[in-house]
Design a protein around this ligand. Structure first.
Ligand SMILES: Nc1ncnc2c1ncn2[C@@H]1O[C@H](COP(=O)(O)OP(=O)(O)OP(=O)(O)O)[C@@H](O)[C@H]1O
Ligand SMILES: [Mg+2]
Length: 336
């Protein structure tokens, strides 16, 4: 019996692109344990949100399976799928953009309850008060509109809404990336408290490696639709095995997420990551300091494996050639 809460197996999702189909997610397998925070990193366009959208069933994968709490989402009848989907929620990057500006906060938080026909009007109002308390907002906020809220308050509202149906699994897709540093720390603390109190499991997607290092127990690194490395936090940050992970760690994080994104792209060679698929071999090869001129890397696409039976999984023919020196990622958050 599988003890994971979420098991993704060989997931593939393509989108039509200018030069033919883009394999946004190209054969990803991973599993996430109950109560765990799994960090997912990778440059813009690597497929992180697409993976999340497939898990949330906002979109259907081309192939592969997604199992949640022992149920294959692809095989569930519509009604059961609907019930199961309530247990998986998401918080997006831009708090204001994700809240309907014409609605009062109380209605925004109650919307999932209404959609799932949960409770009477009174019961829903009581639940909204409870949720506001849970995310540490004053009850009076219920009557306000999104535009009257700060970014941090709006993100607390988005979190309250995500928790309305008592999910077990929450996808945080760049959920703190747009916030000021001090507000970000507060929201991260809140997320950690909620996780402890409610036993939540998080898929934490972020460009900010310092934040991922702070919150995640395990980290997956995506490169152009593939998981290229997966490791426990200490191993990933202390002894990266994939040259791409190493590059990400060497891209010195900066406070501004937009600039961080640019730097990550620059570290990986720049350009649109979807544009230069090598026809054969490793997809990272054109940018790779280790295998750029290697015959095996030119012909053989490396599978994700555990070198020497390690806990780290890596998709590289030469995992021992990636220097295990101390990465230069300072963590501004760890000192707290
Ligand atoms: N709805 C869509 N239609 C067409 N192509 C899409 C769509 N959504 C994503 N893509 C493409 O799929 C690839 C992966 O995109 P995705 O949004 O999953 O990346 P990401 O890792 O979340 O990036 P970011 O860090 O910028 O959020 C990209 O090449 C993107 O252009
Ligand atoms: Mg995304």
């Amino acid at each position: 019996m599988n003890t994971s809460l979420l098991t993704v197996t060989d997931l593939v999702k393509t989108y039509p692109g200018r030069g033919g189909p883009v394999r946004a997610v190209d054969g990803v397998s991973l599993d996430i344990a109950p109560g765990e925070t799994y960090g997912l990193v990778g440059e813009s366009g690597s497929g992180k949100s697409t993976l999340a959208r497939c898990v949330l069933r906002f979109t259907r994968a081309d192939s592969g399976t997604i199992e949640f709490a022992g149920h294959d989402l692809g095989r569930l009848p519509e009604r059961e799928l609907r019930r199961l989907r309530a247990r998986i929620q998401i918080v997006f990057q831009h708090p204001h953009g994700s809240l309907n500006r014409r609605h009062a906060i109380a209605d925004i938080i109650a919307a999932p309850l209404v959609a799932h026909r949960t409770g009477s009007r009174e019961a829903r109002a009581a639940r909204v008060r409870e949720l506001l308390d849970l995310v540490q907002l004053p009850a009076a906020i219920a009557r306000r509109r999104p535009r009257e809220l700060s970014g941090g308050q709006a993100q607390r509202v988005a979190i309250a809404r995500a928790l309305a149906l008592r999910p077990e699994f929450v996808v945080l897709d760049e959920a703190v990336s747009a916030l000021d540093v001090s507000v970000r720390a507060q929201i991260l603390n809140l997320l950690a408290e909620l996780q402890r109190e409610l036993g939540l499991t998080y898929l934490f997607i972020s460009h900010d490696l310092a934040v991922v290092r702070y919150v995640a127990q395990r980290v997956g690194v995506m490169y152009r639709g593939r998981l290229v490395e997966q490791a426990g936090r200490a191993d990933l940050f202390g002894a990266p095995r994939h040259p791409y992970t190493r590059m990400l760690l060497d891209a010195v994080p900066v406070a501004d997420p937009g600039r961080q994104r640019e730097r990550m792209a620059a570290a990986a060679g720049g350009g649109d990551p979807a544009d230069d698929t090598p026809v054969t071999g490793c997809r990272f090869r054109p940018r790779c300091p280790v295998g750029r001129d290697d015959a095996r890397c030119a012909t053989e696409d490396p599978a994700l494996t555990a070198p020497g039976g390690s806990a780290t999984l890596v998709a590289c023919h030469y995992p021992d050639r990636t220097a295990a020196g101390p990465p230069s990622t300072p963590s501004t958050l760890e000192s707290r």
